[in-house]
Design a protein. Sequence first.
Length: 160
Amino acid sequence: MAYVGTVLSEESHSAAHAHNVEAPPLSCRIPAGVNATCEMCVSKGAHCFWCEKTKNCSDYMWHFPNCPLDGVRYKNCWVNWSALTITLGVLGGIILAIICCCCCYCCYRCKRCRRRWVQRAFERRYAKEMAQRLAMENKQEQRRMERKAQIDEIRIKYGT
């Protein structure tokens, strides 16, 4: 009886450790007697890919060994990876060009707005300077008239 308890405790102990141990990766190889298809290969999981050129199911290791990119079928059978990479590259290029154009437009617009702001600031400063100059000219004219009046007064007084 004690022996059974020991066996049970060892089984429960190994069962507890079984959750921490990763399962060995499944093989993507299809047995020789079975008619291999793309659907059968990609249904095995994300670790398998089908090579259309060699009609072979292989392990995916972040690259597609011994298979040209236009013959690869990964995760589904209707996507051509060569066309997908070209399409994504073109879309990425278009999106990048649009972002660059938007940035250039915004910078140009800000530059144009800044130029208008500087122009308005210059006009305000110019108007202020002109008002000050006009005020100084008016004061000078007033002083000139006062001096002329004083000189005329002195001439009349002393008879020259």
